[in-house]
Design a protein around this ligand. Sequence first.
Ligand code: FE2
Ligand code: FE2
Length: 173
Amino acid sequence: MRESIDEAQPWLDDPEYMAIVGKFLEKPELKKLDTIEHHHVSTRLQHSLRVSYQSYKISKKLGWKSYETARAGLFHDLFYYDWRKTKFAKSHAYVHPRIAYRNAQKLTDISPLEKDIIIKHMWGATLNPPRYKESFLVSFVDDAVAIKEWRASRRLKRRVHKHMRMNMQHENN
Ligand SMILES: [Fe+2]
Ligand SMILES: [Fe+2]
């Protein structure tokens, strides 16, 4: 079955979720994320909302801390640099969660659980394991969402190449 990136924004129809994150979406710090490309087919804001909302729904179903899961999921990639161009002494996987945490702190008080979710979301690529089940959850959901986005971007590229080939053939005939 063909996988497609979910263009829908189901969170907009979920007042309980929007009551948690809605006020942040009005802030320029979050709006700016919507101008940054993420995994080619997405903006960093859309990616963050997908991770936040899917994690929140699972967390809620399991009776876990869904409020913190929603917030930290939204903030997990709250950074603005282009990791392909900007290089730090430490890896991107290590650096960007720490920048996201610092940026999130400027917007709201961040609880220890939320801090762990944000800082450890790259676990697997970084060594320090999460302390809470909600942190594992967001890390797994982030991977799953990223894989879907990468697949969608590969499909998009293939379609563009096919289209270009067809155009060239048409021009040569
Ligand atoms: Fe990330
Ligand atoms: Fe992410």
